[in-house]
Write a protein that binds this ligand. Structure first.
Ligand SMILES: O=C(O)c1ccccc1N[C@@H]1O[C@H](COP(=O)(O)O)[C@@H](O)[C@H]1O
Length: 214
């Protein structure tokens, strides 16, 4: 089984970006969602994009954002990928892909078997599906909560679209997650932090090492 690609999300400082790149994460993520403790301003995003300078593929995370918000972020940070983490429909995903000419990753909340089977509706609209745990009703954020879902549900996944695993991953469970699911990509945010929004360099390194050793 090939090692999964790795995305470290919620990068909001130069030190965190450098740590993710040093640990050879293929993707780094910037959160453009003001309620998140990981939210970056356009000014931060521009600085991080310039510092990244193509060393990792930069993913912009949006939650039901409008076109102007996405356009400003794409330009400022020189984003490589759009991650849609809200209620975006297949039509909206396809429209954003065409409009910005960038790959689109659609995050899907998983709580039961229907959430896996329903993902096929994004075939042809999204370039990658990111299966994440469903946030509880009333949660402040739709992701980044450190919640794990039942990975055995993924055994039923039969779609044609590339996919990745997110939700409650960390240095201690990522190898098991990869072995159990065969995920092509793993995505982590809170599991490599010392506090919400504060990335921990040693946890980033441990996560990447464990994911590759799976
Ligand atoms: O990280 C956030 O603050 C965030 C905000 C809004 C939507 C998604 C968010 N994070 C993404 O959620 C998953 C799982 O995160 P975690 O590893 O369980 O903390 C991941 O894709 C994050 O990028």
């Amino acid at each position: 089984m090939p090692a999964p690609a790795i995305k470290i999300c919620g990068i909001n400082t130069s030190a965190a970006l450098d740590a993710a790149i040093a640990a050879r994460a293929e993707y780094t993520g910037l959160v453009f969602f003001p309620p998140s403790p990981r939210n970056v301003t356009i000014r931060d995003a521009a600085q991080l994009g310039a510092r990244n300078a193509g060393r990792s593929r930069l993913v912009g995370l949006f939650v039901d954002a409008d076109d102007a918000t996405i356009a400003e972020a794409v330009t400022a940070a020189r984003l490589d990928v759009l991650q849609l983490h809200g209620q975006e429909t297949p039509a909206r995903a396809a429209q954003l892909r065409a409009q910005f000419g960038l790959p689109v990753w659609k995050a899907l909340s998983v709580a039961g078997p229907d959430d896996i089977s329903g993902a096929t509706r994004y075939a042809g609209a999204a370039d990658l599906l990111l299966f994440d745990a469903k946030a509880p009703k009333g949660a402040a954020l739709p992701g980044g909560l450190g919640l794990v879902f039942d990975w055995t549900l993924l055994k039923a996944w039969r779609g044609p679209t590339a996919w990745g695993l997110a939700g409650g991953l960390g240095p201690d469970n990522v190898a098991d997650a990869v072995r159990q699911t065969g995920a092509e990509l793993v995505d982590v945010s809170s599991g490599v932090e010392s506090a919400p929004g504060v990335k921990d360099e040693s946890r980033i390194q441990a996560f990447c090492r464990a994911a590759r050793a799976a």
